[in-house]
Write a protein that binds this ligand. Structure first.
Ligand code: GCU
Length: 622
């Protein structure tokens, strides 16, 4: 697709650029996958970038709404200081070259104190050196820009993307200069009621270039997408897609350490699907034995390396089977936010490891719900390595505009980009298509479209969504029933439950709640939780937000969970206190959601020990 896009752009570039000022709101573009992008030939463009805020979009539009003119186009490569010396009467009301610099990737909230609550458009620029041969191609790949992005190279508009948590790539072969180049990014955090997610969420927006940017250089025809996995039939399956002009090529997929090779030939569209009996001595991936293999995919023009764990995941009645054996998901939920008093959604390997280790060894966990959006590939690759199963989801969250076709288009693109980016990750066992969405026919249709997309893109994993339940008083007993019409479409029914924190049921009665489900499917508690300010307790009363209340909430809810015969896992809300603009109690919250089992700096609360002990018992008596 990008090849065609590039040619079209080259032919009609003038028309496109003139009409640019009136461009229609765009959606996620048809993305390349570039499997294992961070290891591909090229250059990591992380580091110091110049930036400039632009709350009224002066860099895009003039005062009557036409395209911004000279002197305002902050994506232009020229050095304003030099230009205005050569043309003393020229007027420039920006100068990124002499502006502030900041370390990318990171959210602008931490660029400076006054940026802490900024919402809007920010321009980023940097120079980089590049040299490519005539038979090579060049791409710019962004790990994530939140929420939407306009990309320019050497002053030319290259493309735009909507969605703050999935990678996107543009071909720049035609525009790349031999030597110094100048990339411009217009990152805009503003969302509308048609966005995914909409403006109101229970987490900080973290606008900006929040994941690495990479210049990728490929041969004219390269391996774009390589998905290799173990099927329930005991065979290794491979789907390989080439991109370029010479797309019909011999393909070899090999696992050198197992002496395993499978071969085939891609068709004219560049695709090959092959299967081969798995080697007898292959070790299956699991949390207790997270074996990963180096896999090589080779064609006549390209070689790609990947590290892959092989396992199967399926549902049988009310059981979840990992490699054919029933498992219980001993989990916790987690936002993408590093430990510390002033996080910036900077997920380095060290930051991700600190969080995942607290789950694996601190909580005796084997599962993490990466809420509420696709997390960094650093985190999902680390989950592969450490041995933690993953729930991955897109931010179809609360009040989505179910009837807007563009909202559906963005959601589908986000889901597809997330699955194509991570379907080689053995740790991921669940794709979730929504969280706490209010029931309606348009919502059911919307989510069923996403469920069908998951089935089409990845028939090896389970589909779920975080649902709400109805509570009924039956002769004085509270009975919880799963009545969501979507439950029949899911492999695993996930429930968010907060009785004892939200709602009228007294904490002391929570353990008596009865759960009824006749769907014959596994249930997981995708959320349960209570807030506590670390270190806060009072001798004479156990109030909400005290550590003692949170710990008792966990004891009551875990006791209740033991009576649910179909329960096969949980991911309580949440590992760590996290920033949320909705949480402004001046003593307990100060802009933080305090349901963490650890504070923002990693201080463990009493409830941490309650859950860890529960999981230790589960580990010993599954
Ligand atoms: C909801 C929601 C979370 C939110 C949590 C809470 O279930 O899914 O995003 O943070 O409740 O109220 O803390």
């Amino acid at each position: 697709m990008h090849h065609i896009f590039k040619k079209t752009l080259a032919c009609f570039g003038l028309v496109f650029l003139i009409s640019y000022g009136t461009y229609a709101p765009a959606h996620a573009t048809e993305n390349l996958t570039l499997t294992n992008a961070s290891t591909r030939n090229g250059q990591d463009l992380s580091g110091l970038w110049n930036y400039s805020i632009d709350p009224y979009k002066d860099g895009l539009y003039g005062f009557h709404g036409s395209a911004a003119g000279t002197g305002h186009q902050r994506f232009d490569p020229q050095d304003v200081d030099i230009i205005t010396r050569e043309q003393p009467e020229s007027l420039y009301e920006y100068d990124l070259h002499r502006g502030a610099k900041t370390a990318i990737p990171s959210s602008w909230l931490t660029h400076s104190p006054e940026m802490r609550h900024y919402e809007g458009l920010v321009w980023y620029t940097r120079k980089f050196e590049a040299h490519i041969d005539k038979n090579q191609r060049a791409f710019l790949r962004f790990g994530a820009v939140n929420y939407s992005a306009k990309i320019y190279l050497n002053g030319k508009f290259i493309g735009e993307h909507e969605g703050g948590f999935t990678p996107f790539t543009f071909e720049i072969t035609e525009h790349l200069l031999d030597g110094e180049n100048y990339v411009g990014v217009g990152a805009d955090s503003v969302r509308t009621n048609d966005s995914v997610p909409p403006p109101v969420t229970d987490w900080e927006t973290y606008g900006g270039i929040t994941r690495p940017v990479r210049l990728i250089i490929t041969p004219e025809t390269f391996i774009d997408d390589a998905w290799i996995r173990l099927g329930k039939d005991g065979k290794i399956a491979a789907d390989i897609t080439l991109n370029g002009v010479n797309t019909s090529q011999e393909i070899t997929v090999s696992i050198p350490s197992l002496g395993f090779t499978m071969q085939g030939r891609t068709d004219k569209a560049g695709h090959w699907h092959g299967t081969h009996k798995a080697p007898k001595d292959m070790s299956l991936w699991s949390p207790d034995s997270p074996t990963l293999y180096d896999v090589q995919i080779k064609t006549g023009t390209d070689v790609l390396q990947e590290r892959i764990g092989f396992r199967t995941i399926e549902v049988k009645g009310e059981d979840i089977l990992l490699n054919g054996k029933p498992i219980f998901l001993r989990g916790i939920s987690m936002h993408e936010e590093e430990l510390g008093t002033n996080p910036s959604r900077i997920i380095t390997e060290a930051n991700a490891r600190a969080l995942l280790t607290e789950i694996k060894t601190g909580l005796n966990g084997n599962f993490v719900r990466l809420a509420h959006y696709p997390h960094s590939e650093i985190t999902t690759r680390l989950a592969d390595e450490i041995g933690i199963m993953v729930w991955s989801e897109i931010p179809v969250y609360w009040r989505i505009n179910w009837t807007n076709p563009e909202t559906l288009a963005v959601s589908r693109a986000m889901l597809s980009d997330n699955i194509k980016r991570d379907r080689n990750r053995a740790s991921i066992i669940l794709w979730s298509v929504g969280n706490e969405t209010p029931i309606s026919e348009p919502r059911n249709d919307f989510l069923r479209t996403l469920i069908a997309d998951v089935r089409a893109l990845d028939n090896t994993r389970l589909v779920t969504a975080a649902l709400l339940t109805e509570k009924h008083d039956v002769n004085g007993t509270i009975v919880a029933r799963i009545e969501d019409p979507l439950a029949g479409d899911l492999d695993v029914m996930a429930i968010n439950t907060y009785d004892g924190w939200y709602g009228p049921i007294p904490l002391a009665e929570v353990h008596e709640i009865i759960w009824e489900s006749d769907l014959g499917k596994p249930i997981v508690f995708s959320e349960l939780g209570a807030g506590a300010l670390a270190g806060f307790d009072e001798p004479d009363v156990t109030r909400k937000f005290s550590e003692s209340y949170q710990a008792e909430y966990y004891r009551q809810t875990l006791r209740m969970s033991k009576n649910i015969s179909a329960l096969r896992g949980m991911s309580p809300w949440i590992l760590k206190d996290f920033r949320s603009p909705r949480r402004q109690h001046p003593f307990y919250q100060q802009g933080w959601n305090r349901k963490g089992l650890i504070s923002e700096t990693g201080v463990r609360k009493q409830a941490f020990g309650v859950l860890a002990e529960h999981y230790r018992e589960k580990q010993q008596n599954p």
